[in-house]
Design a protein around this ligand. Structure first.
Ligand code: GDP
Length: 446
């Protein structure tokens, strides 16, 4: 793409606040002239140079290290200067102000990464991995993001695209040149190749799914009648006292949210108001919100008391996975168990003593398909999963066209569509709107 950017941008690359060192980063065509004004010289590229930083009137603002990277050998592909100053917010402001006076403008969120992408230094999946790495909430998520940043995900996509192009060219050549077109299209090798590509794609989908779970996690709702122990379960899962536990029914009137990690997978837990008929206006509103959350969740933890009958909400037509929890086994002095009844998983546990909580956590992982030990996973986002799913559909159509209808042209077109869908992941075919949306979610200085 190699778009020429006219303006030079500046931002603090370190978070606001006080610290030992802060880094101010500049990128663009005026970088060298700004270096000359602030430092009195352009530092030797890729060498840490101790320098005095001066403002536009020649006053010393600070002293520290300057690092210069000459285009195209820099993160953005443009001339880049990093000033490592002392880490004080007022000081960083002074330095940025001087740089703005010398002909730069403030960078937009994610603009450094966007330039790196536009200058072909990284692809879109790698740019997203930078944001994911910074936002990673567990060691597993860090490892997955680094693998995507290093190009593991894109490499797999590119290999798949290569395979698609190869098969497409084969089909197109068969259509254009063959006398007996049908023989070419019946060629078992072609079908085998496409089946192989489908397998490759499905492997990527499975790995990407793990990456997406590590990044986005799941939303679980704790539902059930008042006083069965929903808030206690939330506290037990999160390991802290976030919900008010009382023996007065209807204590939890609003929706409480908690965030925990299960082997690195984020789980957003929502504790809802007890579901029951109520004349209390506040409680009714709580119940209305609870029902809304239940409809949007990935997983419902339906709590009842051991020995109690199941409430009406078990028969409610909800799409999410559901686990029935029979709480308070300490009262009946029974051991925790997990069993299946009519396709429903029932776990008996005690939210008070914590017995059986591990059974629940393990079952949650298995029912959302999370395998924390999967080696070689890479970070992926929902938009990547969507693109992979679309590519899978197109590939299936292509196979169908070839096998059932021997319609080479239609199959080639399906393969082209699959290729376009995959290209959205690496940013080869991506609309400006989507790019704007992706980079605006980055923070400033990235
Ligand atoms: P919620 O209204 O469903 O959120 O229920 P709470 O978590 O507020 O609990 C209601 C009452 O049941 C409190 O007195 C809790 O201490 C008690 N409770 C919750 N879980 C257990 C349990 O596993 N065993 C026993 N014995 N009591 C429990």
């Amino acid at each position: 793409m190699n778009l020429q950017h006219i303006d030079t941008i500046v931002a603090s690359a370190t978070p606001p606040g006080r610290g030992g060192v802060a880094i101010v980063r500049i990128s663009g065509p005026n970088t060298q002239s700004i270096a000359t004004k602030i430092l009195g010289h352009v530092p030797k590229p890729r060498y840490a140079t101790f320098s005095v930083f001066r403002n536009e009137t020649g006053q010393t603002i600070d002293e520290g290290l300057a690092l210069f990277f000459i285009s195209p050998n820099s993160f953005t592909g443009e001339d880049v200067l990093e000033l490592h100053c002392h880490g004080g917010p007022a000081l960083v402001d002074c330095i940025i102000k001087s740089i703005l006076t010398e002909g730069a403008r403030m960078a937009r969120p994610g603009e450094f990464s966007e330039r790196a992408f536009l200058n072909d230094k990284i692809d879109l999946a790698q740019a997203e991995a930078i944001a994911d790495l910074i936002n990673a909430s567990s060691e597993q998520a860090v490892r997955a993001s680094v693998r995507t940043l290093q190009g593991e995900f894109s490499k797999k996509i590119n290999e798949l695209v290569e395979g698609l192009i190869h098969s497409r060219m084969y089909i197109e050549a068969a259509i254009d040149f063959a006398e007996e077109e049908i023989d070419f299209l019946k060629d078992q090798r072609l079908i085998d190749n496409l089946v192989g590509l489908m397998q490759q794609l499905e492997n990527i989908q499975a790995t990407a799914m793990q990456g997406s779970l590590l990044r986005e996690g799941i939303t679980a709702v704790i539902a059930g009648e008042p006083n069965v122990g929903k808030s206690s379960l939330l506290n037990q899962l999160s390991g802290k006292e976030s919900a008010i536990v009382t023996d007065i029914p209807g204590t939890t009137r609003d929706v409480l949210r908690e965030y925990i990690l299960i082997d690195g997978m984020p789980m957003h837990i929502i504790d809802t108001a007890g579901l029951r008929e109520s004349t209390d206006k506040v409680e009714q509103e709580g119940i209305r919100r609870a029902k809304k959350e239940i409809n949007n969740a990935d997983l419902i933890l339906h709590v009842t008391e051991v020995g109690e009958s199941q409430s009406e909400y078990l028969s409610m037509g909800v799409k999410a996975n559901r686990i029935l929890i029979q709480n308070k086994i300490d009262l009946t002095q029974t051991s925790p168990t997990i069993r299946q009844e009519n396709g429903l998983t029932i776990i008996s546990l005690s939210a008070k003593t914590g017995q059986g909580i591990d059974l629940l956590k393990n079952h949650i992982k298995s029912c959302v398909g999370f395998e924390p030990t999967t080696e070689g996973s890479f970070s992926a986002r929902r938009r990547h999963l969507d693109a992979l799913a679309r590519a899978n559909e197109f590939l299936q159509f292509a196979l169908h066209q070839l096998k059932e209808k021997r319609a080479g042209e239609l199959a080639a077109e399906e393969l082209r569509q699959a290729q376009l869908a995959l290209g959205e992941i690496t940013g080869e075919f991506t609309s400006d709107d989507l790019l704007g949306k992706i980079f605006s979610n980055f923070c400033i200085g990235k």
